[in-house]
Design a protein around this ligand. Structure first.
Ligand code: 1HE
Length: 268
């Protein structure tokens, strides 16, 4: 394991998995433009040996959202550019090279939830809670949440959260679709690493298709979606790694699909 601590995002490498940690706990990991830049730089400079990422936050909270001190004096044009910087960074993470497992605890609010929704898999410790306090702050989602969080739980729930200030607990978040797992306090990192290691052991082309093609297909018409899927399926299955893996199964060398009896608390 190697470890490099930057001021705002710390990085540790565990073979094929990198752990990236928001490291601004005194401000509850509020996302300043500097944090967004550090996050983007950390993702873009991952060694090529890394095949999956765990993203979490230092201190008692995953992330308090947008650094509110940054918006108090901005003009409309500056506000638009501010959002653009977030969009570009989040786009690089969502459609980058490595699938991301986000491990959440404490506050996952505003831009913090927008960041979590960029990840491909979400794990919540029982302390996690989800809110969109933009309505109370007099602003609107600006980090892609109206698109990404709405895709997770539906625009109706997002509207209700923003209008009423409703906060979802970890369990409620599990039911609504904000997280895939709920785990005991302090167990999030281990669960995240376990999932990331599984992801890292997949064929790279399969992970590519899941990250890049699946979201596109979800936006396409039935006819276009089926065409994209068929093309992607053909590409993945003609790769040597797919052929070797299928041969391994047929010749009884590969693991079978078994029931997840030892799944984490509340796993779906
Ligand atoms: C902050 C921020 C922040 C904390 N921007 N500085 N997000 C919010 O509306 C959430 C605002 N934050 C909170 O509700 C609370 O801070 C928490 C529930 C997350 C944590 O409470 P607590 O008691 O542990 O910490 P605290 O005492 O409130 O905060 C500690 C310090 O962090 C304090 O600074 P200090 O200099 O007085 O020590 C806080 O001011 C600072 N801090 N959160 C700036 N968010 C792209 S659009 C996205 C739009 C949004 O994200 S809107 C939601 C914004």
């Amino acid at each position: 394991m190697t470890s490099k601590i930057t001021t705002l995002v710390s990085v540790s490498i565990h073979d094929t998995v990198a752990c990236l940690t928001l490291n601004r706990p005194h401000k509850r990991n509020a996302l300043s433009l500097q944090v967004i830049a550090a996050l983007r730089a950390a993702f873009e400079s991952l060694p090529t040996t890394v095949r999956a990422v765990v993203l979490d936050g230092a201190g008692d909270h995953f992330c308090a959202g947008l650094d509110l001190s940054e918006l108090s004096e901005t003009s409309p044009a500056e506000g638009l550019m501010h959002s653009r910087v977030w969009y570009e960074a989040f786009d690089r993470i969502q459609f980058g090279r490595c699938p991301v497992v986000c491990v959440m605890h404490g506050a996952v609010v505003g831009g913090g939830l927008e960041l979590a929704s960029v990840a491909h898999v979400r794990v919540a410790e029982q302390s996690a809670y989800f809110g969109l306090p933009e309505g109370q702050r007099g602003i609107f989602l600006g980090g892609g949440g109206s698109v990404r969080v709405s895709k997770l739980i539906g625009a109706s729930r997002v509207a209700e959260m923003m209008l009423t200030g409703r906060v979802y607990s970890a369990q409620e978040g599990l039911q609504a679709g904000l997280t895939h797992y709920v785990v005991n306090p302090g167990e999030g990192r281990a669960k995240g690493l376990e999932l990331a290691r599984k992801i890292a052991s997949n064929a790279p082309l399969s992970n590519f298709a899941i990250m890049q093609a699946l979201p596109l297909i979800a936006e396409q018409t039935m006819a276009h979606g089926l065409m994209t899927e068929g093309l992607m399926a053909t590409v993945t299955q003609s790769d040597g790694e797919a052929k070797a893996r299928m041969r391994d199964f047929l010749e009884k060398r590969a693991a079978k699909v078994v029931s997840s009896a030892n799944a984490a608390v509340g796993a779906q």
